[in-house]
Design a protein around this ligand. Structure first.
Ligand code: NAP
Length: 341
């Protein structure tokens, strides 16, 4: 009788420990670093996966986070290696799968790492009896790359990007996110895994890694007067990195969170954004040569699903102010750069 009671107490204690144990894939990335920062502040114990835990240049910033010394562990794992995530995921109650190829010049080769990599992570999840929920970072590009919608109707989570259109236009990043998310839903349905996906628009905000990722480099280019990347993006949604991290934790913690969640603060055309930013930061050489995107690119997003869970998004001004400040603090941007117009 006594033995049975002790066993129950042991099990309860083990469960209480596991309840706050989560895995974050791609831990050294732009978004994952911020997510880990928030998870540690919320009291979680985090197992982060990186391709090379010994690379100080890539992981050094993670060890400086509050709580990291006591509650962060980094393990090696690669999306392209079968079973690579088993050790990191076993015993965790939650998995935040953020790792995915994000390249300056997307190419067809990234499809395999994105799709097979996600399945690889989910196969490790399937082996873990403690698993409660998986939160996968998808993208709004898995929603909006289609040309058959009514621009007067905001796109919501029921919309999926067209695989055919992505292939025809060689939108490799959008295709990689669409195929990876579709494959994840299929796998989780078949294997009874509780999956929730977060679909951020363009993520803006301070970078914890000192080396800027692809999107943060694009933003730096915008502040330095480049036009190429953002003219191609045209009309786009923007969301603060802190809101994206908070959204991941919100959909993980809220019992009734289900399905996909679009995560966006503000949608704006590039020439309107450039005009706001050049007035706000007159010392930065932001270009005034952007042109209005073609009509067919007009769209809006409906984010009421995430807002209904209590999410409130930071404003466009707040996200760009925080970005500019951090780029200057990190020495990527000179506060004295003269305006070019
Ligand atoms: P990032 O800093 O480049 O992060 C990508 C992460 O994926 C890196 O940690 C990278 O690891 C990891 N990764 C790539 N290939 C891998 C592989 N073969 N094996 C293991 N890890 C691999 O970019 P991010 O912006 O934070 O992106 C994080 C997630 O958010 C991605 O899923 C991305 O699609 C999504 N997202 C980003 C945005 C945005 O605007 N930034 C918007 C919507 C969605 P290494 O550090 O070893 O390279």
């Amino acid at each position: 009788m006594m033995e049975g009671k002790m066993k129950k107490i042991d099990e309860e204690e083990e469960h209480a420990t596991k309840a706050k144990l989560v895995c974050v894939t791609g831990a050294a990335g732009y978004l994952a670093s911020w997510l880990i920062k928030r998870l540690l502040l919320c009291g979680y114990t985090v197992i982060g996966t990186v391709r090379d835990p010994g690379d100080e240049r890539k992981v050094g910033h993670l060890w400086k986070l509050e709580g990291a010394e006591e509650r962060l562990k980094l393990l090696k794992a690669d999306l392209t290696e079968e079973g690579s995530f088993d050790d990191a995921i076993m015993g965790c109650e939650g998995v935040f799968h953020t790792a995915s190829p994000v390249l300056p010049t997307p190419n067809e080769g990234m499809l395999k790492a994105a799709v097979e990599g996600s399945l690889n992570v989910l196969r490790s999840c399937k082996k873990n009896p403690w698993l409660r929920r998986v939160v996968l970072t998808s993208s709004s590009s898995a929603v909006r790359a289609r040309d058959d919608f009514d621009p007067k109707m905001p796109l919501d989570e029921s919309s999926w990007s067209s695989v055919q259109l992505c292939q025809n236009l060689q939108l490799w990043y959008a295709l990689s996110k669409t195929l990876a998310e579709r494959a994840a839903w299929e796998f989780c349905k078949q294997n009874n895994i509780h999956l929730v996906t977060v679909l951020p628009t363009f993520v803006i905000g301070p970078s914890l890694p000192p080396h800027l990722c692809s999107t943060a480099t694009d933003v730096l280019g915008l502040f330095k007067g480049e036009t190429e990347k953002f003219q191609v993006h045209g009309r786009m949604g923007y969301v603060h990195i802190d809101d994206v991290a908070a959204s991941h934790i919100l959909v993980y913690e809220q019992e009734d969170a289900q399905g996909r969640y679009l995560c966006n603060s503000t949608i704006i055309d590039i020439q309107d954004l450039a005009s706001i930013l050049s007035k706000r930061y007159p010392n930065l050489p932001i270009s005034n040569r952007f042109t209005k995107p073609e009509d067919r690119q007009y769209y809006e997003f409906n984010t009421s699903k995430l807002r209904s869970l209590g999410m409130k998004f930071k404003s466009l001004e707040e996200m760009f102010d925080d970005t500019v400040t951090s780029l200057m603090e990190q020495g990527h941007l000179s506060p004295l750069a003269p305006p070019s117009h």
